[in-house]
Design a protein around this ligand. Structure first.
Ligand SMILES: Cc1cc2nc3c(=O)[nH]c(=O)nc-3n(C[C@H](O)[C@H](O)[C@H](O)COP(=O)(O)OP(=O)(O)OC[C@H]3O[C@@H](n4cnc5c(N)ncnc54)[C@H](O)[C@@H]3O)c2cc1C
Length: 569
């Protein structure tokens, strides 16, 4: 026996110094639909029974340990840019971990990217919104290309020849995970979007990327242009095609840029680098340059913003859904943790102050889900109902503004419920936290949303009437609500008057009015669709100003246990 070995003989060596106790088991293998009564109610309300078995299956799958593992892996093994092949040829490809492909193929197979375009049934947008809501809880990054593909579809209606080529591919449930190269046929297609340039994203009129007419394309009616310039943010650069904005001689116009040309050759699509982002890590976001890149005109030349706005409206819906989804996952994780973790001789969920925090988070999450689903419902109703179209248009901006603003603070509070265990990367909370500010930035940042609300009420006849009619559906339940509804409609008229005269006052008031409007809209939905205990607590805290600046400041007498009870996973 060596000296060292002798020295240690007689000491009982063990890797275990203590019993692990009071730690919380992972939250996995829950059905994200069945465990969510707010979502189930919304789906029943919006006539989606025909999709129920598929939604059940999707909820089961997205809540499974297997998919949660894929989500984790896709955010640890990040996308890698390959600009050139071994021989020095440009390839401009991004390599993803297999987990990314699993996430994408699962959502594509379920139709999260296309359901309303494939099954034109009542409630199709709402059913798809529910899938987006569930997928986002599992892994938000891949929802970006899924959302952009869904959103691009109806823009293509403005170029029938392009639509004939691309829409069947979007309707496909097949995800190839590669570009169509060397004539190999692809069944499906994923779309991206390119608007933002270095000098400006909100003000796309500042775009300098230039489009030069070069003739007619392989698709007979579409004008073919050569594009030169750049995009400063271009997410999902491995998409098959992009809708982008560029200046032509007639002004800012919308173009379709395919990554592979009809002759099987690669289009010029030079990915300069991938963004090193705060969150949304699994998804590649890139900077791209175009050098005589071939592109087809979509819609009327010089009317690019008007053309691409339909895509933007759909992605804004998904920003609202996504933020509501992050809040749902934040409170579900917090409730799960506090049901299993004890401090000072009690489960955390039994501690009175923690009850206040959890109930408050639950109310916020429920109100967010109701607003997001009502917005999705308006996408179903809008084609046959002018008032719903007006509601869809203005509420897209209101809901995007408010829900995206609420998500980060909500997730922070949900994370804090976990103590230190919520701050480590093995837990999902850091990922939710890093994701949470993003929806507020892309597809129009907060101020831009408020400018959009101002524009809608000033320019679109009936916008305020539509909102008033929506709020009227919940009158006579609560005097606090009735007063708040009347007050906010008055403020909207003041905002409209200021906006129409172009006074700075309009912009100075805008955030406050949009915030109040969002809260009253949420309260109206809580009155109609939530349990009275939750509706009452929401009205009391959010409308009567009895609430503090942080979560966990609901009033004495609130039915905390009942409110939290709906959130037990
Ligand atoms: C992860 C990520 C992915 C993205 N992916 C894409 C993509 O795929 N395609 C794409 O086109 N873009 C993408 N974007 C870009 C995004 O849409 C823009 O960042 C966003 O539109 C804001 O533009 P900007 O960054 O140029 O900010 P700016 O336009 O400079 O705005 C800065 C701030 O000023 C505010 N502001 C602007 N104008 C006004 C005003 N008149 N009054 C008051 N406030 C104002 C804005 O609200 C914002 O808060 C992505 C961004 C991120 C972070």
């Amino acid at each position: 026996m060596s000296k060292n070995a002798q020295a240690f003989s007689g000491i009982a060596l063990s890797a275990t110094t203590h019993q692990v106790s009071n730690q919380v088991p992972p939250l996995e293998d829950t059905n994200l639909l069945d465990s969510d009564p707010v979502l189930v109610d919304a789906l029943n309300r919006y006539h989606t029974a025909w999709m129920r078995p598929d939604l059940e299956r999707f909820g089961q799958k997205m809540g499974s340990a297997l998919m949660l593992e894929q989500a984790d892996l896709a955010n640890r093994h990040l996308p890698v840019l390959r600009t050139h092949d071994r021989l020095g040829n440009r390839i401009d490809e991004v390599e993803f971990h297999p987990s990314w492909h699993k996430l994408m193929s699962t959502s594509v197979a379920a139709g999260v990217h296309n359901l309303p375009w494939v099954r034109k049934l009542p409630g199709a947008h709402a059913a798809r919104a529910a899938m987006m809501y569930m997928a986002y809880q599992t892994e938000a990054g891949h929802c970006c290309p899924i959302s952009m593909t869904y959103a691009a579809y109806s823009v293509l209606d403005k170029a029938p020849d392009l639509a004939a080529h691309w829409q069947p591919r979007i309707r496909s449930k097949h995800f190839d995970g590669r570009l169509e190269i060397d004539g190999k046929d692809k069944r499906g297609a994923i779309f991206g979007m390119g608007m933002t340039e270095k000098q400006g994203g909100s003000d796309v009129r500042a775009n300098t990327t230039f489009a030069r007419l070069v003739g007619n394309g392989e698709f007979a009616q579409s004008k073919l242009f050569a594009i030169t310039g750049h995009k400063w943010f271009c997410s999902a650069p491995m998409s098959d095609a992009f809708l982008i904005l560029a200046q032509s001689e007639k002004g800012l116009s919308c173009f379709l840029v395919p990554r592979v040309l009809p002759n099987g050759k690669r289009n010029v699509f030079q990915i300069q680098r991938l963004k090193d982002k705060l969150g949304n890590k699994s998804n590649a976001s890139s900077e791209v340059e175009f050098r005589d890149t071939l592109a087809y005109l979509v819609g009327e030349e010089g009317r690019g913003v008007a053309t691409i706005i339909e895509m933007v409206t759909h992605t804004r819906l998904d920003c609202a859904i996504g933020s509501a989804s992050l809040m749902r996952q934040s409170v579900v994780q917090a409730v799960h943790h506090t049901r299993h973790r004890s401090t000072f001789g009690k489960l955390l969920i039994e501690q009175p102050m923690m009850k206040n925090v959890l109930a408050d988070l639950a109310l916020e999450s429920e109100a967010a889900a109701l607003l997001a689903m009502r917005l999705a419902n308006s996408f179903d109703l809008a084609p046959a109902n002018q008032s719903e179209e007006s509601f869809r248009r203005i509420t897209s901006a209101i809901a995007k503004y408010w829900l995206c603003k609420r998500a980060p603070t909500h997730v922070v509070e949900g994370l804090e419920c976990h103590g230190g265990n919520g701050y480590v990367e093995e837990h999902v909370m850091p990922r939710l936290f890093r994701e949470s500010p993003l929806n507020s930035i892309w597809e129009g940042s907060g101020n831009i949303m408020c400018l959009d609300v101002m524009r809608a009420i000033a320019k679109e006849a009936g916008a305020i009437d539509t909102l008033e009619a929506e709020l009227a559906k919940s009158r006579s339940y609560s005097s606090v609500y009735d007063t708040a509804a009347t007050t906010v409609i008055g403020k909207l008229h003041m905002l409209k008057a200021a906006a129409m005269t172009g006074r700075d006052d309009a912009q100075i008031m805008a955030r406050r009015v949009v915030e109040e409007l969002a809260l009253v809209l949420q309260a109206s939905l809580m009155i109609r669709y939530s349990a009275p205990i939750a509706a009452d607590a929401f009205i009391q805290s959010r409308l009567s100003k009895s609430h503090g600046y942080t979560y966990g400041t609901l009033a004495l007498g609130t039915k905390f246990d009942d409110i939290i009870g709906r959130y037990v996973p």
